[in-house]
Ligand binder design. Structure first.
Ligand code: ADP
Ligand code: MG
Length: 342
């Protein structure tokens, strides 16, 4: 009996010490460490034109100015590798040698794989082999025109994500001759993700990156509430129709008002339905909320093509994905997001 109560006393002493240390740690963290970090945190915010859009980066960190520079450099580097309008990019190399195996960096392999995964999920609504059709319409070069039916039929023959081959071991990609790879529907999200990753690794306390509607945030606002992201009304982009709370996550919007030209009183925009070769007409805008900006970027384009019914079904099937879909005659908001809207 005596032995038992002795070991019980020991046990209580150990528990006491443990609780004492835990309390001390909490007091030290909130009393010393948090004020230390806060008092050494600076804010830096700047905009630059990159990836053919305005990229705005705000970082709160001890070395915020340096981190903003590094984040821009990261995005610039990715644009140089992935833009098909940069002659020396890896994508240009793949396109210039269509029909042959081309060695590329691991991140190009990873991104092409991710693009193909979204193609499969969306039954080909998202298809990065759409390049020849985009070229025909003049998106990218700015030489806009409505192509003839015959031109579209010819260009569509070069489209088909299932014909993209990847050799993981050799780090090589091959597309069929005549096909043009265009990562424009996913690369911006990827660049935003990579810049956020860099900031997170460098211990940024909080950040918000906005690349023309592809948005990713770290942490919360200085007042400890989530960041607030406005979603535009596609009929009047100056009007913010919804405000979404965002914390360590991404929001991407694809809209028919973002890049288009007007011909014969019709708006011809740059999200093309790979089944027809024409701009997808059913929807006006699609906003996707999910952790990865890469996934959100590709999915917003995919859903724009899929339309309301198949698009909302895809969102419901995917874990951790929320969306706002605006069509010509209605709005669908995924139930969980509906509850969060501010
Ligand atoms: P934004 O660049 O305005 O954010 P998106 O992310 O929707 O818009 O991407 C549109 C771009 O994606 C086009 O400029 C083109 O390069 C490419 N694209 C267009 N249609 C498709 C499609 N069906 N699948 C994959 N990429 C597409
Ligand atoms: Mg996109």
């Amino acid at each position: 009996m005596r032995g038992l109560s002795k070991s019980r006393n020991h046990f209580l002493v150990i528990v006491g010490i443990f609780i004492g240390v835990a309390v001390l740690c909490v007091v030290a963290y909130y009393g010393v460490y948090v004020p230390y970090v806060e008092s050494h945190t600076t804010t830096n915010q700047r905009s630059r034109i990159l990836m053919d859009t305005t990229v705005d980066i705000r970082v709160d960190a001890r070395n915020s100015e340096e981190l903003v520079n590094q984040a821009f450099a990261e995005i610039e580097g990715i644009e140089k590798s992935l833009s098909r309008y940069v002659d020396t990019s890896e994508v240009s190399k793949i396109n210039a040698h269509a029909g042959q195996w081309v060695e590329v960096s691991q991140f190009t392999i990873d991104l092409v794989k991710e693009a193909l995964r979204i193609s499969e999920l969306s039954d080909g609504a998202f298809d990065v082999t759409i390049g020849a059709v985009i070229e025909l319409w003049g998106f990218g070069t700015g030489d806009y025109k409505v192509p003839s039916e015959e031109e579209i039929v010819q260009a569509l023959k070069t489209v088909g994500y299932e014909k993209v081959e990847i050799d993981e071991a050799e780090r090589k990609v091959r597309i069929p001759e005549g096909t043009i790879l265009d990562l424009g529907g996913i690369a911006k999200g990827y660049a935003v993700d990579q810049a956020s990753r860099l900031l997170r690794k460098s211990n940024a306390k909080r950040s918000i990156i906005n690349a023309g509607g592809d948005i990713s945030v770290i942490g919360r606002r200085p007042d400890d509430t989530p960041w607030r992201v406005g979603v535009q009304n596609p009929d009047n982009p100056a009007d913010i129709r919804w405000i979404l709370p965002l914390e360590d996550s991404s929001v991407v919007t694809s809209g028919d008002y973002q890049r288009y030209f007007v011909f014969n009183d019709q708006k011809w925009h740059h999200i093309i339905d790979p089944r027809t070769g024409y701009p997808a007409r059913e929807l006006k805008s699609v906003t996707v909320v999910t952790e990865s900006a890469t996934v959100a970027d590709a999915l917003s384009t995919a859903i724009f093509v899929l339309g309301m019914e198949a698009g909302s079904r895809l969102v419901e099937e995917m874990a951790g994905v929320e969306a706002i879909i605006v069509s010509q005659d209605g709005v669908w908001i995924s139930p969980e997001l509906e509850e969060q809207i501010l």
